[in-house]
Design a protein around this ligand. Structure first.
Ligand code: ZN
Length: 383
């Protein structure tokens, strides 16, 4: 399997200056490639592909010799990133989201570049040596396994700090022994998640505290004069506050995911596209958090040889987990109270039980209850 290792990196002054030069060149290349795509489209109504642009790189380098300072594959990566931005733009149009055309990148918005397999870098103990750039001292808080094959190395600048990501293939998974238990997980609006045993994992309070600070700093930033030193300082503080939240959230999600992967062989949760139906309340933030959580959960599960079953979200909160009848309720109703079988249960617990039942029926089709109101086997989908 593939795994990414991220380390804090400490370059000296000269290396830092040189890395900033490379980032700036990558940024220029990105903007150049974007401009080219826009111009070609305006003139001929034809779209350039990623390959067209990569093929033109050698020609371009003859004209703009400064790009010779960057390894060819890193430049190709810049063009691929632009292509990715285009693809997500088209995807958003298809799914009727706010499209947002790919943007020209300003200095603050281009902060990483990638080196490919064995090209322009060497890892010696805790030193990452980049040819023509310099040495990054890495804080190796954990070891990259010996069998790992490094595929790419990405250098990242974030809030005046540096990080290096090694994307490694050939990682051997550490399969955990079977425990013969399955669980359903429902993510909700009030708590972070509720599982089919009725356990609720609340949104941690420290996140709210940090969010308060972010709101205050953002308000301060709005009032400050553009380009002023004070504003720059607030911007950096704001960046650091955001970073703190995302680190805290990541840490929290790792712990929750670790718990479920350790104690259950099969973990069932809703398919992701359902979250569009949630309205209000910090939606974007929570959506991101859930996507990220399920990402972490799925790679931890893969690593441990556990199974993740994704079930369709349809009716998981409306259906009664005991009798299978539909009990309509809107989001504000927190208790599931069934008039048919008299089951009274926390709304999210009921949903988690439905998710578990759907998930396990998928594992063993004979266990599907014979009721027309239940989701049919064909509607289910495993990953
Ligand atoms: Zn019922």
């Amino acid at each position: 399997m593939i795994k990414t290792y991220k380390f804090r990196a400490y370059p000296n002054k000269a290396t830092e200056a040189q890395t900033n030069v490379v980032l700036e060149l990558c940024r220029q290349m990105y903007n150049l490639a974007l401009e080219q795509r826009i111009m070609v489209y305006k003139q001929s109504k034809k779209s350039l592909t990623c390959y067209d642009q990569i093929n033109q790189l050698p020609e371009l380098k003859k004209e703009f010799t400064q790009f010779n300072k960057i390894p060819a594959q890193s430049l190709q990566d810049v063009v691929k990133r632009l292509d990715k931005a285009y693809q997500s733009f088209f995807r958003r149009i298809k799914t009727c989201e706010t499209p947002g055309f790919p943007r020209f990148k300003s200095f603050n918005r281009y902060d990483s570049f990638t080196l490919m397999q064995n090209n322009g870098y060497k890892l010696e103990k805790s030193n990452l040596i980049l040819s023509k750039i310099g040495i990054f001292k890495l804080k190796l808080h954990r070891q990259i396994p010996l069998e790992a094959k490094i595929k790419t190395v990405t250098i990242i600048r974030k809030n005046n700090k540096w990080f290096v990501c090694f994307c490694c293939g050939n990682i051997i998974s550490k399969v955990l022994p079977k425990v013969n238990r399955s669980i359903g997980i429902d993510v909700g609006c009030e708590s972070f998640l509720t599982d089919s045993n009725g356990l609720k994992v609340e949104n941690p309070r420290f996140l709210n505290k940090s969010t308060e600070r972010i709101t205050k700093l953002s308000q301060k930033l709005e009032k400050q004069v553009k380009g002023s030193n004070r504003r720059k300082k607030t911007k950096l503080l704001l960046g650091k506050a955001h970073e703190k939240v995302s680190n805290q959230r990541l840490d929290f999600q790792h712990k929750v995911a670790k718990h479920y992967v350790k104690h259950y062989d099969t973990i069932c949760h809703e398919k992701m596209n359902c979250f569009k139906s949630f309205k209000g309340l910090n939606r974007s933030m929570r959506d991101v958090a859930w996507f990220q959580f399920f990402d972490i959960l799925s790679y931890k599960a893969e690593e441990a040889g556990r199974k993740i079953v994704k079930v369709p979200a349809k009716n998981t909160s409306q259906q009664c987990s005991k009798c299978g009848k539909i009990v309509k309720k809107d989001l504000s109703v927190r208790i599931h109270s069934c008039p048919h079988c008299e089951l009274i249960l926390d709304r999210d617990h009921n949903a988690a039980l439905n998710i578990l039942r759907l998930g396990t029926s998928l594992q063993d089709p004979t266990s599907i209850l014979d009721s027309s109101s239940l989701v049919k086997f064909n509607d289910l989908f495993v990953e």
